[in-house]
Design a protein around this ligand. Structure first.
Ligand code: WAQ
Ligand code: MG
Ligand code: MG
Ligand code: MG
Length: 259
C-alpha cells in the first residue's frame, strides 16, 4: 500500500438504528473510490435507507503499524438455527468461556443487544467467567477499526475463498476483523452473527479454534445480530478499547482453509 496510509470508515444510521458500517486502510490514491463504494453500500443496504452517513478519513502512524495473519477457516455444517447455536456454544466452551457467559451473550445477540432492542453499532464486551457486559456504552459497543488486508494477501484470500464458494464481502471483512480481535490483549474468543436480514451465517473465533463458521446462526429475515468479545477476567477494558479502535493492523498472510 502506498504511503502515507489512511484509515477510512463509514457508518450509516436511521435515528438510533444502526444500518451499516465499514472500515478500510488505503493510500491517498484509493480514497475517493473507497468513499464512493462505502456511500453506495450504505444507500443500498437491506436494513433500509439511512438518514445519516458519516465518513471519517485519518492518516495512520506507520511507525506503529502491526502486521498479523488470518486465522485458519473451517465450516461446520448445521441443519437448523438451534443446531448452529448449540455447535457455536460448544466451540465457546472449548475456548474456555463459561457456559453462563456464552449463553447470556447469545441471548443478548438474539434479543437485540442495544438498549432499543436492536443491533448494536459495535461489539459487546463480555466477562468470560461471569458473563457481565463490560462495554462503556451499550448502544455503541466497541467498534473495531484501522485494519485491512494487504493487496497481495487480499488476492490470495479471494482465490482461496473462491475455490470453496465463499468469496463474499461478509466473509472477507469478518476474517480481517476476527484476526485483529484475536490479537487483542485479554480477548479469549469472539462470537458473531450478521445483522443483515439475508445473511444467516456466523462464527466463533478463538486462538485454539481459528475461525469456525456456522451457516445458520439465525433465521432468514432476522435483522438482529452482532458481536461479543469474551474477555479474561480482570482485562484492562480501556486499554482494549484503545487497541481495537486505534491500533493500525495490516493482515499480510492468509490462514489455511480446513475441511
Ligand atoms: N467492530 C465491532 N463490531 C462490529 C463491527 C466492527 N467493525 N462491524 C460490525 N460489528 C457488529 C455490529 O453489532 C453489527 O451489527 C454486527 O457486528 C454484524 O455486522 O463466515 O456480516 O457486518 O460467512 O452485519 C459473519 C459470517 C458475517 C461471515 C458477519 O456482520 C461468514 C457480518 P455485520
Ligand atoms: Mg464490519
Ligand atoms: Mg460488516
Ligand atoms: Mg450488517
Amino acid at each position: 500500500m502506498k504511503e502515507p496510509l489512511f484509515s477510512i470508515r463509514m457508518r450509516a444510521a436511521r435515528g438510533d438504528r444502526h444500518i451499516s458500517g465499514a472500515e478500510r486502510l488505503a493510500g491517498a490514491d484509493c480514497l475517493d473510490g473507497l468513499a464512493a463504494g462505502m456511500v453506495k453500500r450504505a444507500l443500498g443496504h437491506p436494513k433500509g435507507l439511512p438518514d445519516s452517513i458519516s465518513l471519517t478519513i485519518e492518516e495512520i502512524d506507520l511507525s506503529r503499524l502491526m502486521r498479523i495473519g488470518l486465522p485458519d477457516i473451517r465450516t461446520v455444517g448445521v441443519d437448523s438455527v438451534a443446531q448452529g447455536r448449540n455447535a457455536a456454544l460448544a466451540g465457546l466452551l472449548r475456548a474456555g468461556i463459561s457456559e453462563q457467559a456464552a449463553r447470556s451473550a447469545m441471548q443478548a445477540l438474539a434479543g437485540g443487544a442495544a438498549p432499543n432492542g436492536e443491533s448494536m453499532r459495535g461489539a459487546m464486551l463480555v466477562d468470560a467467567l461471569d458473563g457481565r457486559r463490560l462495554e462503556f456504552d451499550a448502544a455503541r459497543g466497541v467498534r473495531v477499526s484501522r485494519m485491512d488486508l494487504e493487496e497481495r494477501a487480499a488476492a490470495v484470500l479471494a482465490r482461496e475463498l473462491q475455490a470453496i464458494g465463499l468469496n463474499n464481502t461478509h466473509v472477507q471483512e469478518a476474517l480481517v476483523l476476527a484476526a485483529k480481535v484475536l490479537h487483542a490483549p485479554g480477548v479469549l474468543a469472539e462470537l458473531c452473527w450478521s445483522d443483515d436480514p439475508d445473511y444467516t451465517a456466523g462464527y466463533v473465533a478463538a486462538p485454539c479454534l481459528g475461525y469456525v463458521r456456522f451457516p445458520l446462526l439465525k433465521p432468514r429475515g432476522e435483522d438482529r445480530g452482532g458481536r461479543a468479545f469474551f474477555l479474561a477476567p480482570g482485562t484492562d477494558v480501556t486499554g482494549l478499547y484503545r487497541f481495537l479502535e486505534k491500533q493500525a493492523v495490516l493482515v499480510d498472510r492468509v490462514g489455511r482453509m480446513l475441511p
